[in-house]
Design a protein around this ligand. Structure first.
Ligand code: FAD
Ligand code: DLZ
Ligand code: SF4
Length: 511
C-alpha cells in the first residue's frame, strides 16, 4: 500500500482489508515532489512533518511502515528510483494506492506499476463526501453545473442543517448578509488561530528543509501549523469556539496585519486528511444548534466545505487533464517575480504576498480579489498562475488549487465553473480593505501618475474581452459603464494598460 503525503486519514479505506501478515505500507519522501515547482518552505515542512507523525501513528497501531526519509543514506532521491528500490526489496504481488490528489501523481504511479509488471489497485478515498463517480453522475444529469444545486443536494443527502426537506431557517444562502467590511476602526482584537509550537519531529524537518531546499520561497520563522490528528482536532475546536460566530459577517473583508481574521485556517489539515470534512461540518452545526454561533455564519462555513470543496474536487476529476491547458481568454503574460517577492508599489499585493511569505496563507478574498484578480486583469498565463499558487500556499494540492485558479479566478475555462469572471477595479479592494490608504496609487483613478493599476487594467480587461463576454447578461452593467468612457479615455486606458503589461512581462519569474 503506497500512502501519499496528503493521505494521512485516521481511518483510511485501505485499512479495512489490510492484513499486517500479508500487506505493507510504503511512504516516500521524495525530492521531485518538493521541487517540480519551487515550493514554500512552510508547505514542505508541513507535508514532511505530518507524514512523519502519521508514520509514527501507524506504527503505534501495529502497522509496519517502510518509510523513505529524505536524509537516509540509502535514499535514492526521486520518486522513480525510490519506488523501484522498495519494489525490489519488498517484491509485492500488487500495488495499491488511494486516488491521489494530483493527476500527475496518478500517471506516475500507473507508469511505475506498468514498469514493475504489477497491477495497481486504485482505492476510492472516503475522506471526500462525494465520490468521483457520484459527481460524474450528478454532472451527467445536468446541462450546466451550478455549485448551488450541487450544494443543496449535499445538504439533503447528509441531512445537514435541514428542517425536513427545507433548509433550516428557511434559506439556503446567507451570502447577502456576509459581505461586510471593517470600518475606519479596523477589525479590533481577534483571537488568532491556535498556534502549534514545532515539536522535535517538526524541528528536525524544518532544519532539513532549510538545508536541502534553501532556495525555496518563504520563511519558517513563524511555522505554527497543526501537523497531527490531535492538533487538527484542537484547531477545529479553537475555530468553533473563537471565530465561527463571526465567520460569515467578515468572510470577505481584508485588513493589514490580520492574515486570518475570522477564517478557520483548517484547509491544510483538511487537505492532508488529518481532519474529515464531516467533523468540521458537525462541529459547526452543533455550535448553531446550541446557540454558540448564528445560522448565517454556520451556513457560510458549511457551504465552503460541503459545497465548494466537494464541488471543486468533482470538477477537477471531471475536467482533467485538459483543464490544465484551458486558456479561454488567451492570456499569455508571464507571472511576474513580485508575486513571489512582494516587491511592488501596489500595497494590496505587497501586503498579501508578505503574508504568504510569512505564513504561506492568504484568505479566499485575497486569493480571488487581489492576487488572482491581478492575474486575470493583466492577462497572466493561467497555468503560470496555478504554478505560482502551488508554490506559495501551504494548503495547495492540485485537485483544489487548479480548478480554483484556472476556473474560478482566471476564468480560463470560459465560464464552466464561474458564471462570470470575478473582475473588479481597485474600488472593490478599497471597499473591502484598508490597503488603499497606504498605497501610492488611487483606487478611483484609471489614468495619470496615481492611477491604480487594478482600475486601469479593469477597464482595459472589459474592452479587450468585450466580444467574448458580451453575451453574458451578468456583465451588462459593467459594459454599460464602459460605454460611458470617452474615446480619449479609452485610448489613455489602453496605453497605460499596455505599459503595465510591458512592465509585468519584463519581470518574469519562470525562465
Ligand atoms: P475558510 O475561509 O475558513 O473556509 C473553510 C474551509 O472551506 C477551507 O478550509 C476550505 O477547506 C473550504 N473552502 C472554502 N472555499 C473553498 C474553495 N473555493 N475550494 C475548496 N475549498 C474551499 N483552498 C485550498 O484548500 N487549497 C488551495 O490550493 C486553494 N486554492 C485557491 C485558489 C484560489 C484562486 C481561490 C480563489 C481559492 C482557493 N482555495 C484553495 C479556496 C479557499 O480560498 C481556501 O480553502 C481558504 O482560503 C483556506 O483558508 P481557511 O482554511 O481559513 O478557509
Ligand atoms: C507536497 C508534497 C511534498 C512536498 N512531498 C511529498 C513527498 O515527499 N511524498 C509524497 O508522497 N507526497 C508529497 N507531497 C504531496 C504530493 O505532491 C501530492 O500532492 C500528493 O501525492 C497527491 O496525492
Ligand atoms: Fe491596490 Fe490600487 Fe488600492 Fe493600491 S490603490 S492598494 S494598487 S487597489
Amino acid at each position: 500500500m503506497i500512502v501519499l503525503g496528503d493521505q494521512l486519514d485516521p481511518e483510511p479505506a485501505w485499512l479495512d482489508p489490510f492484513d499486517p501478515e500479508r500487506d505493507a505500507v510504503v511512504m516516500m519522501e521524495v525530492r521531485d515532489e518538493a521541487t517540480y515547482i519551487p515550493q514554500h518552505k512552510i508547505r514542505l515542512a508541513l507535508f514532511f512533518s505530518a507524514m512523519r507523525h502519521y508514520r509514527d501513528d501507524l506504527e503505534q497501531r501495529g502497522i509496519k511502515v517502510f518509510y523513505s526519509d529524505l536524509t537516509d543514506s540509502g535514499h535514492r532521491g526521486a520518486f522513480d528510483p525510490e519506488r523501484a528500490r522498495w519494489i525490489g526489496e519488498l517484491e509485492p504481488d500488487q500495488l495499491a494506492v488511494m486516488r491521489p490528489g494530483d493527476c500527475r501523481v496518478l500517471d506516475k504511479l500507473q507508469a511505475a506499476a506498468r514498469d514493475a509488471g504489477r497491477k495497481l489497485e486504485l482505492i476510492e478515498d472516503r475522506h471526500f463526501l462525494c465520490s468521483v463517480d457520484q459527481f460524474q453522475e450528478h454532472a451527467a444529469q445536468r446541462k450546466t453545473l451550478v455549485m448551488e444545486h450541487f450544494y443543496r443536494g449535499m445538504r439533503r443527502r447528509y441531512n445537514v442543517m435541514m428542517d425536513g426537506d427545507d433548509p433550516a431557517g428557511g434559506r439556503w444562502n446567507f451570502d447577502e448578509d456576509n459581505r461586510k467590511s471593517f470600518g475606519k476602526d479596523g477589525p479590533g482584537k481577534i483571537k488568532a488561530p491556535r498556534a502549534f509550537r514545532p515539536d522535535e519531529i517538526t524541528r528536525t524537518v524544518m532544519a532539513m528543509v532549510e538545508r536541502e531546499f534553501a532556495e525555496s520561497p518563504g520563511t519558517l520563522e513563524h511555522f505554527d501549523y497543526p501537523v497531527t490528528r490531535r492538533q487538527a482536532r484542537a484547531a477545529l475546536r479553537d475555530f468553533v469556539e473563537h471565530r465561527l460566530e463571526r465567520f460569515g459577517t467578515w468572510q470577505d473583508a481584508m485588513a493589514t496585519g490580520h492574515p486570518y481574521l475570522y477564517h478557520s485556517r483548517l484547509s491544510c489539515v483538511l487537505n492532508l486528511h488529518l481532519l474529515h470534512p464531516m467533523e468540521a461540518i458537525e462541529a459547526a452545526e452543533a455550535a448553531w444548534r446550541d446557540g454558540r454561533a448564528p445560522l448565517g455564519a454556520v451556513e457560510g462555513f458549511v457551504r465552503q466545505i460541503l459545497g465548494w470543496r466537494e464541488y471543486i474536487r468533482g470538477v477537477y476529476w471531471l475536467k482533467m487533464p485538459d483543464y490544465l491547458d484551458a486558456n479561454e481568454l488567451e492570456a499569455h503574460l508571464p507571472a511576474p517575480a513580485f508575486l513571489w517577492t512582494g516587491e511592488t508599489d501596489m500595497n494590496c499585493i505587497r501586503q498579501s504576498v508578505q503574508q504568504l511569505h510569512d505564513h504561506a496563507y492568504a484568505h479566499h478574498i485575497q486569493r480571488l480579489m487581489v492576487l488572482g484578480l491581478f492575474g486575470l486583469l493583466a492577462g497572466i498565463d493561467p497555468r503560470q498562475m496555478h504554478e505560482w499558487h502551488m508554490s506559495m500556499y501551504a494548503d495547495a494540492v492540485d485537485w483544489v488549487s487548479l480548478p480554483n485558479v484556472i476556473g474560478m479566478s482566471q476564468y480560463a475555462d470560459g465560464g464552466f465553473l464561474a458564471t462570470k469572471p470575478y473582475c473588479a477595479s481597485g474600488n472593490y479592494i478599497d471597499k473591502m480593505s484598508d490597503y488603499c490608504g497606504g498605497c501610492r496609487y488611487r483606487p478611483k483613478e484609471f489614468e495619470g501618475d496615481r492611477a491604480c493599476p487594478f482600475t486601469t487594467l479593469y477597464w482595459d480587461f472589459l474592452s479587450r474581452n468585450r466580444n467574448r463576454l458580451r453575451h453574458n447578461h451578468r456583465m451588462g452593467l459593467q459594459f454599460k459603464n464602459l460605454d460611458r468612457k470617452t474615446d480619449a479615455q479609452r485610448r489613455a486606458i489602453r496605453e497605460k494598460a499596455d505599459a503595465i503589461r510591458d512592465a509585468v512581462a519584463g519581470q518574469a519569474y519562470f525562465d
